[in-house]
Design a protein around this ligand. Structure first.
Ligand code: KG4
Ligand code: ZN
Length: 352
């Protein structure tokens, strides 16, 4: 079985082919639009949508060539149907529908967050239910993944996502975009203790996240230095920011392991996904946390943590096997919560 997956919800134009027989990933082509957005210091939705239009056809072609198959060999076409920047989502969904219609194939609209959630199952035999920490530029959530399309949200952010905290922090420190890798690099030579920053939500009940106060604290620290930072200041502040974000994520995840255990005493696994999972300090601390909680820990390789087509193709394949396909009148969704029954949190906006 072969499924083509298309991802266009943010600033990566991506396509991949996965199979239900090893090797599961037959190709995974990602075109990063970084260069197109860098001059603006962040992602510009209209620029992203136009870039997806330009790059998607050649990216799909390469995905098929690298997989060694043609359109005739496909069993289904999956695309991110949301949530995300709607212009880009429309480009990917329309392309997938066109292929499905022309080739008489099933079309599957994949929730981008479900793509991240199920990506661990591409690399390890992770059984449902499992505990998921999803940390990306647009999302910061703790979910119990009970099955395909079945989620129980334990926590979400009430303001910024973890990746946003890295990105906005890097901007304040003059470290450029994207912020996560820049902060991690600068932090390597920094001394976090020199400029202590708050650890948002640490010790608070529940599993929600909040990063806007930390951003303010960082701005104040920068202003205290007259806005002009030495390389040492930059490194120390980056180290402190990374420590605070990671400490907050760990504190919240610890709370979640208890709730997960209460609900599913036989549950065995903690999974991390999303671009922030690329952070080595976070991975180290999550490894320790899982060991202390008696859970297995699965962190997909970096190429599967940041946005990619393989995770969308895989979620599509899992859905196809479960008989979950979509009609061609599926409407792209800018918002699409994994757990529609979750209690809304104040200020969560599209992050819910
Ligand atoms: O999952 P992703 O590729 O796209 C979204 O769906 O948002 O995540 C991108 C986010 C960005 O905010 C980026 O700064 C962050 O992941 N990121 C990192 C690292 N690499 C990427 N954050 C911390 N440390 C990293 N090494
Ligand atoms: Zn993502």
């Amino acid at each position: 079985m072969f499924v083509l997956g298309i991802e266009t919800s943010c600033d990566e134009t991506a396509a991949a082919v996965v199979s239900d027989a090893a090797p599961l990933i037959r190709s995974n082509v990602v075109f990063s639009q970084l260069a197109e957005h860098r001059p603006y210091g962040g992602i510009v939705p209209e620029v992203a949508a136009r870039a997806h239009l330009t790059h998607l056809d050649p990216v799909i072609e390469r995905a098929l060539v690298e997989a060694g198959i043609g359109f005739d060999d496909l069993d289904a076409v999956a695309a991110t149907g949301g949530p995300g920047l709607i212009g880009g989502v429309i480009v990917g969904v329309t392309e997938a529908k066109a292929i499905a219609l022309a080739r008489g194939l099933p079309f599957i609209a994949v929730n981008h967050l479900e793509g991240h959630a199920l990506s661990a199952r591409l690399v390890a035999p992770v059984e449902f239910p499992f505990l998921l920490l999803l940390v990306s530029g647009g999302h910061c959530q703790l979910q119990i993944v009970e099955g395909i399309g079945r989620y129980h949200r334990l926590g979400t952010t009430i303001d910024d996502a973890a990746g946003e905290a890295f990105d906005k922090g890097a901007k304040l420190l003059g470290l450029g975009y994207p912020g996560g890798p820049a902060i991690e690099r600068a932090a390597a030579t920094g001394e976090a203790k020199r400029v202590p920053l708050p650890r948002p939500m640490a010790g608070r009940a529940g599993c929600n996240f909040s990063f806007s106060g930390l951003k303010t604290a960082l701005r104040v620290a920068v202003e205290k230095r007259g806005g002009l930072l030495s390389v040492t200041d930059q490194a120390d502040l980056a180290a402190s920011l990374q420590d605070s974000i990671v400490a907050s994520l760990i504190d919240r995840t610890e709370q979640a392991t208890t709730l997960f255990r209460d609900r599913y005493p036989a549950g065995t696994t903690l999974v991390v996904a999303g671009g922030v999972a690329a952070n080595a300090a976070l991975r180290r601390k999550l490894t320790d946390l899982a060991a202390n909680a008696g859970l297995d820990f699965v962190a997909p390789p970096l190429a599967l943590c940041t946005d990619n087509g393989a995770m969308i193709a895989w979620a599509g394949l899992e859905r196809l096997k479960a008989g979950l396909v979509d009609a061609l009148d599926f409407a792209p969704r800018p918002r699409w919560p994994l757990d529609p029954n979750a209690v809304p949190v104040r200020g969560a906006g599209i992050k819910a």
